[in-house]
Design a protein around this ligand. Structure first.
Ligand SMILES: [Fe+2]
Length: 304
């Protein structure tokens, strides 16, 4: 029996009764897919899984992307889709990436079809004086869209965010120091365009799909309005009412939806406060297939 309990007033739910180490039957998969559409972030507590099992669970939801670029050296042996995030050193050498995801962003925004989800598994969580460190923070882009004034929604109807991967600093972001600074730059990619006001492929609800860390500019507005609008949107997204902090616990498998959130990792722990998390990225190929989603949601309705 699956139970789903919200984690906050606007984002996240805890899901019990799912064994992530095993293949999901059609009914369970449908319920989980519907839940990620409804809640944007799902916590599966108390799991024990291998890297291959994590990848196989993630693959229910879409193609799992092998880790590329500077993080590719930190992957699980034989499972290149599992990226190791950690500050632990063995024999003086880091076993994982220490500074991944520090700026606000959403993952796989440079994919032609926007990336769907991340599936993470926590093995070690740092704590100090009983307080959990190394959380992951989010802003809810669906709630941000719904709170936009009608005139802004109208102006953005045919607007696109353009992403090239090279111009991380092309937009003046100094009013928002909380973005942090990039410690790296991606190499130039073919530009991709994504609708700023996107329709979520599972929930059918609108979301303000705008990656503050990586968007180059907005297309579809008069040139004189582009930067002003981008500044407005970034400030709008980063309001406390859309904010959510996820505190990890060992054994958590946690899945978040990149289409309706931006996130960043909080580096508030020291080198001896060990954190170890495995990460897997899920592409949008399955969820942007309307027949696939329809079938899964009908399974969920039958199982509910
Ligand atoms: Fe990320």
């Amino acid at each position: 029996m699956i139970s789903i309990e919200p984690l906050s007033s606007h984002l996240g739910a805890s899901v019990r009764g799912v064994d992530v180490s095993k293949p999901l039957d059609a009914a369970t998969f449908g319920l989980v897919l519907k839940a990620i559409g409804d809640y944007g972030l799902l916590r599966f507590p108390g799991q024990t899984i291998t890297p291959a099992q994590q990848r196989d669970f993630a693959a229910h939801f879409g193609h799992t992307q092998a880790i590329r670029g500077r993080l590719a050296i930190f992957t699980a042996p034989g499972v290149p889709e599992i990226n190791i995030l950690s500050n632990i050193k063995e024999n003086g050498q880091p076993i994982g990436a220490t500074d991944a995801g520090v700026i606000w962003h959403t993952d796989m925004v440079h994919n032609e079809t926007p990336g769907f989800a991340n599936v993470l598994y926590a093995l070690k969580v740092p704590r100090r004086d009983g307080r959990v460190l190394g959380g992951t923070e989010f802003y809810n882009l669906q709630a941000a869209y719904e709170d936009l004034p009608d005139d802004i929604k109208a102006r953005l109807t045919d607007a696109y965010g353009v992403y090239t991967g090279e111009n991380y600093t092309s937009i003046e972001r100094t009013p928002f120091p909380e973005y942090g600074t990039n410690s790296h730059k991606a190499h130039k990619k073919e530009p991709v365009r994504h609708r700023i006001i996107a329709t979520h492929p599972i929930s059918g609800r609108k979301t303000l799909y705008c990656d503050p860390g990586h968007v180059d500019y907005i297309e579809g507005l008069p040139p004189g309005e582009r930067d002003e609008m981008l500044q407005y949107l970034l400030k709008h997204i980063m309001q406390p009412k859309f904010h959510f902090v996820y505190d990890w616990c060992e054994g958590d498998v946690m899945m978040w939806d990149n289409l309706r959130t931006v996130h960043h990792a909080v580096l508030d722990f020291g080198p001896e406060e060990h954190r170890l998390i495995w990460r897997c990225q899920v592409e949008g190929d399955k969820v942007f297939d309307a027949a696939f989603v329809r079938q899964a949601l009908s399974q969920a309705r039958a199982a509910a």
